[in-house]
Design a protein around this ligand. Structure first.
Ligand SMILES: [Zn+2]
Ligand SMILES: [Zn+2]
Length: 165
């Protein structure tokens, strides 16, 4: 399969610009696809992501839930309930982090490392910079937010949807 890139068929099916992105865990037993664009690619510096990713920050690709589907390995998805609002998912076989796709949330957060090929953009924001690792210096010019980027506040989406239940 060719890797999606500008000029590939994935960018121009019919009149609409469409793009298919595939992703998998390290052992490739859990596989999924995104039939749409990445809305945003952001580096999250919060202390939970740093521990979960085992890294200076987690890089998250935000996509619309209606574009996201699992192709294989659903039986291998294990979870860790971090808090009332956040559950983290990982592959039971290889330990890779997996997308956070909740039934109530119109957006899915995918660890960007799982995705293959050209994502059509580079990271555009740093979030939770207020709790970033002291030993990591941000040197690019992407905008920085001390917590959520206002328009993408996960807690607000959660509160908004839960109040209707
Ligand atoms: Zn795996
Ligand atoms: Zn985070």
């Amino acid at each position: 399969m060719p890797s999606p890139g500008r000029g590939s068929p994935y960018y121009s099916l019919g009149s609409k610009r469409r793009k298919m992105i595939h992703g998998s865990c390290l052992c490739r037993k859990v596989r999924f696809r995104v039939d749409g664009p990445v809305r945003e690619l952001s580096h999250c510096h919060c202390s939970q992501c740093r521990k979960a990713y085992g890294s200076a920050f987690g890089t998250i690709a935000v996509v619309e839930a209606r574009h996201f589907s699992y192709l294989a390995g659903a039986d291998l998805i294990a979870s860790y309930r971090q808090s009332e609002r956040v559950t983290r998912y990982f592959c039971r076989n290889c330990g890779s982090k997996l997308p956070i796709a909740e039934s109530w949330d119109p957006l899915v957060g995918i660890p960007a490392e799982l995705l293959e090929g050209d994502l059509g953009q580079t990271p555009s924001t740093h979030i939770f910079v207020g709790s970033k690792a002291h030993w990591w210096e941000i040197t690019d010019s992407a905008p920085q937010y001390s917590e959520w980027k206002p328009a993408e506040d996960f807690n607000e989406r959660f509160a908004e949807i839960k109040k209707d239940e």
